[in-house]
Design a protein around this ligand. Structure first.
Ligand code: BTN
Length: 243
């Protein structure tokens, strides 16, 4: 599909702006240098100050099964890692499901929003929103986030924002075009921060210690609990903490 990129200096949220334009053809990308109302997962907000990151959203109209829609987020995680690897010496890793970490700090978040028509039909549209913290914000991330959030680079060193954005889109649309091959799954697993490790599985009922064993073709995480029972986790309200 033809990719069309529009870049804004400042916008409320690229996901919200794209939602107003879902009648357009897939491949539309809205990017911003700053967001005043950046949206995060689970109703949280995503800090998006100027001179810090690159925030963008991709409009897709895929012909895939509903349960495969999460893979459009998987592709984003892999594409961002590959772009960072190409232009920096950093080794980003993916914390299931979609957070990208460098040196124990989250440097990228992804928010995918889909409108489903009816079960067994393709989604009407999907918006994949990606926020990458390239540099530290001048004011810092604030008390609440300072131990969690980080940036790809410690200080500004030439502007690689455009390169990272362009390469992420290149890689994204490569994997999207070749979706059926599912090449991105192996790339995702290679960069997994959790596979083979002890984790804590957190749900609304509490948390349990487990080992992350595998990730399957629809990005479900197979875990084994301490009592030997196994479970295949899909995303939703589950979160994972490293032990
Ligand atoms: C998360 O980690 O909770 C997901 C954060 C997603 C942030 C990106 S920035 C571009 C796009 N527009 C938004 O309002 N949110 C996403």
């Amino acid at each position: 599909c033809p990719v069309r990129l529009e870049v804004f200096r400042c916008i409320n949220s690229t996901n919200l702006a794209l939602r107003e334009r879902t009648q357009e053809e897939e491949g539309l990308v809205l990017a911003a240098m700053e967001q005043t109302n950046g949206l995060g997962r689970l109703g949280r907000s995503f800090m998006s100050p100027a001179n810090t990151g690159i925030y963008f959203s991709i409009l897709l109209k895929p012909q895939i099964a509903n349960q495969e829609v999460t893979l459009l987020t998987t592709i984003a995680a892999v594409a961002v890692c590959e772009a960072i690897e190409k232009y920096t010496d950093k080794k980003p890793q993916i914390k299931w499901v979609n957070d990208i970490f460098i040196d124990s700090h989250k440097v990228c978040g992804i928010l995918t929003q889909a409108a489903f028509q009816m079960e067994n039909l393709d989604p009407e549209y999907v918006i994949v929103g990606i926020g990458i913290n390239l540099y530290m914000p001048t004011e810092g991330f604030g008390k609440e986030l300072e131990n969690i959030a980080g940036s790809v680079l410690q200080e500004q060193s030439g502007d690689i924002k455009n390169k990272i954005l362009a390469e992420t889109l290149n890689r994204y649309f490569y994997y999207y075009k070749n979706f059926a091959k599912k090449e991105f799954i192996a790339e995702y697993k290679k960069r997994s921060l959790v596979l083979g490790k002890g984790i804590r599985v957190v749900t609304k009922d509490g948390e349990r210690k487990a080992t992350a064993l595998d990730i399957d073709d629809i990005c479900h995480l197979l875990v084994e609990y301490e009592d030997g029972t196994r479970e295949n986790l899909s995303t939703g309200e589950i979160s994972i903490r490293l032990q």
